[in-house]
Design a protein around this ligand. Structure first.
Ligand SMILES: Cc1ncc(COP(=O)(O)O)c(C=O)c1O
Length: 369
């Protein structure tokens, strides 16, 4: 006889999940605050996207296009893809969740890496499966460690390429070696949220690998270089069978109309993307050089953020620096939850913020930049 419970009880494992904590945005008592904690672009969105967003306000009584045709076609045209292989999501976060709910269940394992993006673990556990965490090497994904962790239960592997919060990347040859070593029924998820920023000859976002394999998907976002984080726009390029399976459980109107219109206008404005990428490249180099001059260590980054490591000395640790910077209005990201207890992640911000952080950290370290 089943015993009636006194209240609703979540499925086993749900209450073991640590909810995602977004980057902080406040600096109490400071007039001018620079949020450098969520890898948003300092250039903002394309004016064309802003116009499209405003125009969408005239039709708010109507349901959006449930297939997001305009956006999928615009993405397909810019990247040379078939729109049938593109699915859009309410941020790439939604797509990561849908993948887990379609391909994972109790008894399955999904491999993530030591410093991987925290949403993977949340979604794996949300689907009732078991996350298996493998070590990284020199703050970068280690393909051998992943392959060594594969078991008959492995049904998914998540890689952020480039990685967050490390900013490092895995060359395409290594991604191919990984795919070749995985079971054919395990999905390899290549999360390329920062792909637009990468300027390396041996990097590929994943388009080629998805095109030639049945078990690889690539996710992308409009929250970073496109400056549309507020609208929640992500997309996935995937084999037709995977798109078909996810379409069966996705919300019928998961993309809102302003997001569809603004996203399409944003992706068509590649000149704006180039401007953002050039600004970023200049500052990534300047920041790294300046912070190293004042005695800090910075992991080499191909993205729009840097991981700064602090001395293990009283008053000079990451938590002390975080407090010092916040008191001056510079809000960086603490990354203890990512396995870096003595580091901070800094997004490239507007010029005055970048200069301000360099100057403040120089003062903090007692050395001139
Ligand atoms: C590696 C990685 N993947 C995915 C996302 C989520 O992107 P979205 O805003 O499209 O949900 C982020 C955002 O921080 C990220 O860093």
């Amino acid at each position: 006889m089943s015993v009636e419970k006194s209240k609703p009880v979540p499925r086993p494992g749900i209450l073991d999940i640590a909810a995602y904590v977004p980057g902080k945005e406040h600096a109490p008592g400071v007039a001018r605050v620079y949020k450098l904690s969520s890898n948003e672009t300092p250039l903002g969105a394309s004016q064309k996207a802003v116009e499209a967003f405003k125009n969408a306000a005239g039709n708010l009584e109507r349901y959006p296009d449930g297939q997001a045709h305009e956006l999928r076609e615009a993405i397909a045209a810019v990247h040379g893809l078939n729109p049938a292989n593109i699915m859009c999501g309410n941020g790439s976060d939604e797509l990561l969740g849908l993948l887990c709910h379609v391909y994972l269940g109790a008894g399955d394992e999904a491999i993530i890496t030591e410093h991987g993006f925290l949403v993977y673990k949340i979604q794996i556990m949300g689907a009732g499966a078991t996350p298996v965490t493998v070590k990284e090497k020199d703050h970068a994904v280690d393909v051998d460690a992943i392959l060594a962790a594969v078991t008959p239960k492995t049904k998914m592997v998540f890689i952020a390429n480039p990685g967050n919060p490390t900013g490092t990347y895995v060359p395409v040859s290594e991604i191919r070696r990984l795919q070749a070593g995985l079971p054919k029924d395990a999905v390899l998820v290549l999360d390329a949220a920062y792909a637009e920023y990468v300027r390396r000859n041996d990097y590929e976002s994943g388009i080629e690998i998805v095109s030639s394999n049945a078990n690889v998907v690539m996710t992308r976002t409009f929250s970073k270089v496109y400056g549309l984080a507020a609208l929640r726009v992500g997309w996935m390029y995937a084999p037709a069978e995977i798109i078909d399976a996810l379409n069966r459980i996705r919300g019928p109107f998961n993309m809102n109309a302003p997001a569809i219109s603004a996203g399409a206008a944003a992706v068509r404005d590649q000149a704006h993307v180039q401007e953002a990428v050039s600004f970023n490249l200049m500052w990534i180099e300047k920041l790294k050089g300046a912070l190293e001059t004042i005695g800090l260590t910075v992991t080499p980054s191909v993205t729009n953020f840097i991981l700064i490591h602090f001395p293990d000395a009283d008053g000079k640790r990451a938590a002390d620096a975080d407090e010092f910077l916040t008191s001056r209005g510079y809000v960086l990201r603490a990354v203890k939850g990512y396995g870096f207890p003595n580091s901070l992640r800094m997004s490239v911000g507007p010029e005055e913020a970048n200069r301000g952080v360099i100057e403040s950290l120089g003062e903090f370290m007692g050395r001139k930049a």
